[in-house]
Design a binder for this molecule. Structure first.
Ligand code: LLP
Length: 448
């Protein structure tokens, strides 16, 4: 089943017309494809099946309980980075033995909560953190399972703001320090060292950085394995690419071909922490056009979603394909580069940019417009100088590939209410988070 498709120029989410969803639940609205989530998860499992890995969905990418529960039912574990994400995962019925806890700044309270919940392991990011977890585990009379997150100093060639595996990044432990930790692990009697971890950045559109980093990890394991340091797990983190536009994304099989041989040769079990590639193309943000205006220099399409609802364009200059949900124009011509893209991503083809320009509707039936939100910031712009079919007040527009780091990064900036989220299953839909209310906006505040 296609997650999203145009049928007779009308956008469908699975078998449900987008306009019906907007009518029933209002806009802005995040729409998730339940079957798409399950399918993409199954594809990852299949690609890596030789190693039967723990696929720990990265909760930060999309943390709605219903999304977590759909993935949990498919066998997902969870990669968490806070007590809040642990709380969510457990509420969604997670198996704690499939939870890994990453992040450079875990608080004592979060560590205790994770120990109480008997999670699979902590991904440790510094010697100081290791000492602290040792002390907390000792005080609770327990043993903390950990992996060392190594910083392999590999360039994943991704956005500077989302690169994590270089020396200048705050993440992970350098090899010299890691070597000392492993050699002295007996000094930490309440720590059980289970393996190594890494996360190189996000999104990574090549398999090469994984190969480079895993070569370094494999050497480290060969040189440091001992009865006190079993190093039985390799966690490769997340970072698999997502198709946002006309770009080439390696298939899951290609990522697996890069990863599996190293992990097999090291005799290790595999953990993955994918987020973006699971949630990203299984959700879109539906928004309604409020006004259009032309200031003599530019044409603007002002929609009811803002940067508080989807911050990626403002924060990372991210490209999100957008198109009206109903259009007399033929649906966009899409071209997928990845051979498996149809299977994973649902959309049939990718939008071909028009060579034409101009604020008036051209011979291609499109006009050049800036799609902007209502937030009082110039960076509240979803699409700059985009060729789009003419839209007017009341029209619906969809921002695609919005499932990962979409709602999970939404805020109340400008005291805007965070949007509703809905999940579609074939021709049916269910609200999985209702729109915030004004009372919720000020809940917890009080007068001096
Ligand atoms: N594991 C760790 C330790 C991570 O830090 C991350 C993402 C992941 C796994 C999941 O990576 P993924 O498979 O989703 O690429 N807000 C940014 C992305 C930040 C990524 C942070 N870490 C964006 O919207 O592009």
């Amino acid at each position: 089943m296609k997650r999203f498709s145009y049928r007779d120029n009308e956008l469908f989410c699975e078998d449900t017309p987008a306009k019906d969803l907007a009518g029933e639940y209002g806009t802005p609205l995040y729409v998730y494809s339940k079957n798409g989530l399950a399918d993409v998860f199954a594809c990852i499992r299949k690609a890596f099946s030789e190693l039967s890995p723990i696929v720990a969905f990265s909760v930060k990418s999309c943390s709605n309980l219903a999304v977590l529960a759909v993935l949990r039912a498919e066998g997902a574990g969870f990669d968490i980075v806070s007590g809040g994400e642990l709380f969510r995962a457990m509420k969604a019925g997670a198996d704690p033995r499939k939870i890994v806890f990453s992040g450079v700044g875990k608080s004592d309270e979060e560590i205790r909560l994770a120990l109480d919940n008997d999670i699979l392991m902590f991904n440790i990011e510094s010697e100081a953190e290791l000492d602290n977890i040792q002390a907390l585990a000792a005080s609770l009379g327990t043993v903390a399972p950990v992996a060392l997150r190594l910083n392999p100093d590999v360039d994943a060639k991704t956005n500077a703001k989302t690169t994590t595996g270089r020396k200048e990044n705050k993440f992970g432990i350098d090899f010299a320090t890691a070597s000392r930790i492993v050699s002295n692990i007996a000094l930490h009697p309440n720590i059980r060292l289970l393996g190594l971890d890494m996360h190189l950045g996000s999104p990574i559109y090549s398999t090469e950085p994984y190969r480079q980093a895993l070569a370094k990890m494999s050497d480290f394991i060969r040189d440091h394995r001992s009865p006190r340091a079993h190093l039985e797990y390799i966690n490769i983190g997340g970072g698999f690419g997502l198709l946002y536009r006309d770009q080439t994304v390696p298939s899951f099989q290609e990522y697996a071909q890069a990863v599996v041989p190293f992990v097999k040769a090291a005799g290790c079990k595999l953990i993955l922490e994918p987020g973006r590639c699971i949630a990203g193309n299984n959700s879109l943000l539906l928004s309604r056009v409020l006004y259009v205006k032309d200031n003599g220099t530019r044409h603007f399409t002002i929609v009811d979603a803002g940067m508080n609802d989807l911050v990626r364009p403002a924060m990372y200059d991210a490209y999100h394909f957008c198109w009206p949900a109903l259009s007399t124009r033929p649906p966009p011509a899409y071209i997928f580069n990845s051979p498996d893209a149809q299977e994973y991503f649902g959309l049939e083809v990718f939008y071909a940019e028009s060579a034409q320009a101009g604020r008036a509707v051209g011979a291609d039936g499109l006009r050049t417009t800036d799609v902007v939100g209502p937030v009082c910031e110039s960076s509240d712009c979803f699409a700059r100088a985009r060729r789009l079919p003419p839209m007017d007040r009341g029209d619906l527009v969809a921002f695609f590939s919005a499932g990962a780091y979409g709602f999970s990064m939404a805020s109340n900036y400008n005291s805007r209410l965070r949007p509703a989220e809905v999940m579609v299953d074939g021709g049916g839909s269910r609200l999985i988070r209702r729109r915030e209310t004004l009372d919720e906006l000020i809940a917890g505040e009080s007068f001096f």
